[in-house]
Ligand binder design. Structure first.
Ligand SMILES: CC(C)(COP(=O)(O)OP(=O)(O)OC[C@H]1O[C@@H](n2cnc3c(N)ncnc32)[C@H](O)[C@@H]1OP(=O)(O)O)[C@@H](O)C(=O)NCCC(=O)NCCS
Length: 162
């Protein structure tokens, strides 16, 4: 590995969709509703090229992780891991308590981050607003869930600060 992938994770911009769209298609992931959630997207960038992306759709205290994709050329170098970690940090900071995802191809990838498979019937009703869930993702997709630890209260540990 020549590049620390964490150093190159940044929020997606409107210009990035010229690369995000083909990346999602190349990785056979749904594009429906993705761009509408640009504010929740992060990209990994190597210079001016996007090497990976990930998205977060927020529904109150619940989030949907979607569109995790890394280019073939950049696979296996920790880019996916860096994107997931950055998204988890962001979701926690936003006060999201539970994250869900649907996957047909990576159910064995997400447990390393703490995601566990759940029956599709366990998906909260609030997620039904998501286009990914409303048909873009096949009914055969595996649903997974991660409960995020709450934000640490500043000053709660370490005694007096005075
Ligand atoms: C899944 C994906 C994002 C992983 O990205 P990556 O940058 O190659 O992954 P990392 O370098 O962080 O991690 C590599 C490790 O993940 C494993 N891995 C990669 N893809 C995997 C998959 N689909 N299922 C299970 N394990 C996978 C590798 O074998 C490797 O394992 P190791 O740590 O034991 O050696 C990438 O393969 C991809 O874009 N896949 C197609 C799209 C997809 O399935 N997205 C998820 C749906 S939301």
């Amino acid at each position: 590995m020549t590049l620390d992938p964490t150093s190159a994770i940044r929020p997606a911009t409107a210009r990035d969709w010229a690369e995000i769209d083909p990346l999602l298609r190349a990785r056979a992931l749904p594009t429906d509703g993705a761009r509408e959630h640009q504010a929740g997207f992060l990209v990994a960038a190597d210079g001016s090229s996007v090497t990976g992306c990930i998205g977060l759709e927020r529904y109150g205290s619940v989030g949907l992780l979607r569109s995790l994709a890394v280019t073939e050329q950049s696979s296996g170098r920790g880019v996916g891991t860096a994107l997931v970690r950055a998204l988890l940090t962001r979701a926690r900071a936003m006060g999201i308590e539970t994250l869900y995802l649907l996957t047909t191809t990576a159910a064995d990838y997400f447990p390393r981050f703490g995601f566990e498979p759940v029956p599709r019937t366990a998906l909260p009703a609030s997620l039904s607003a998501s286009e990914e869930l409303r048909g873009a993702c096949p009914a055969s997709a595996v649903a997974m869930r991660l409960t995020l630890p709450g934000q640490e209260v500043v000053g709660a540990r370490g005694g007096s600060s005075a």
